[in-house]
Design a protein around this ligand. Structure first.
Ligand SMILES: [Zn+2]
Length: 218
């Protein structure tokens, strides 16, 4: 594998690889997936088989998946190491310095009130059924996502505050809120993940993401 990497190739197996993919090809597939996420690994494997005049079998699909997963791991490792070296690691850096326009102040710049503007909103599209995907035990480390344990610390605070809210205005608002009623309570119970909640600054930089688990919109 080391000899292959020196020649710009990534082996499809950790030991004695019989097939290898060039880094250029993996990067091309990476960028295609970023622009068109529905472009499947199977489609890419079929394209490569056609270019090399080889009959496609499902074996090539597995090889390409392994190589592409390894390639993404290498990319993530390089990015994490680079962020550590630049002091841009940690969960708080995204909030403090991800957006240059929000984070960096010029000397003598007048203080704004409020100093920063953020928006938060969620959707109910990224649903995952309870129990699905449990075979994959890998943990996706990302400084965008807020860990579930951190979110869980606040799971009761919204309900306890809403009990204190009185007055017809609040009731009218919640009655008319179509999005909140879009998913019924019994449907929510089927899903482990019901959507994602994103925080972005006024310049459109995403600062953190929380997964909505076993909940509707609040
Ligand atoms: Zn900003």
């Amino acid at each position: 594998n080391v000899a292959l990497v020196h020649r710009g190739l990534l082996g499809c197996s950790p030991t004695q690889p019989s097939c290898a993919v060039t880094f250029h090809c993996l990067e091309l597939f990476h960028q295609i997936r970023r622009c068109q996420s529905s472009f499947s690994v199977q489609a890419m494997a079929k394209v490569l088989c056609a270019l090399h005049n080889v009959t496609y079998t499902s074996h090539f699909h597995v090889l390409l998946v392994d190589a592409f997963d390894t390639y993404l791991c290498i990319l993530r490792h390089i990015q994490t190491t680079l962020k550590c070296a630049l002091g841009r690691d940690g969960s708080k850096w995204k909030l403090r310095g991800a957006c240059p326009a929000c984070a960096y102040k010029q000397p003598g710049e007048p203080k704004l009130c409020p100093r920063r503007l953020h928006s938060m909103d969620g959707n109910l599209s990224a649903k995952r059924l309870d129990g699905s995907g449990s075979a994959d035990m890998r943990v996706f480390n990302s400084d965008y996502f807020i860990p579930q344990e951190k979110v869980d610390r606040f799971k009761d605070s919204v309900q306890s505050k809403s009990r204190n809210v009185t007055g017809s205005r609040a009731l009218t608002c919640s009655d008319n809120w179509v999005v909140a009623k879009a998913v019924q309570e019994d449907q929510v119970q089927v899903f482990q993940q019901t959507g994602i909640f994103v925080l972005a600054c006024c310049h459109g930089f995403v600062e953190c993401i929380a997964e909505m688990r076993r909940s509707g919109e609040l």
